[in-house]
Write a protein of this length. Structure first.
Length: 84
């Protein structure tokens, strides 16, 4: 799992506010900020949060727009693992 903060491209804060949020939420997975908006365009991100699941070859398996619960995420991962 990797997080990508694109909020600054949507007027939702700065790099510093993103880092503060990661700390406040106790996020331990790797997270970064892209240098441009290519990720938004390439993966058709129109709202935040967006969760995109990839297969081992980097192809998009599924996308989830909006908040995703732990239970929902587990179901998508289990479905993806079952399909491999």
């Amino acid at each position: 799992m990797v997080g990508l903060d694109v909020g600054r491209f949507r007027g939702l804060g700065t790099r510093q506010s993103a880092l503060a949020l990661l700390e406040a939420l106790h996020i331990t997975y790797p997270a970064g900020t892209p240098s441009d908006q290519k990720a938004l365009v390439n993966y058709s991100v129109s709202g935040l949060p967006s969760t995109i699941f990839f297969d081992g070859d980097g192809a998009v398996l599924r996308r989830w727009d909006g908040a995703i619960s732990e239970r929902q995420m587990e179901a998508v991962v289990e479905e993806a693992l079952g399909a491999s």
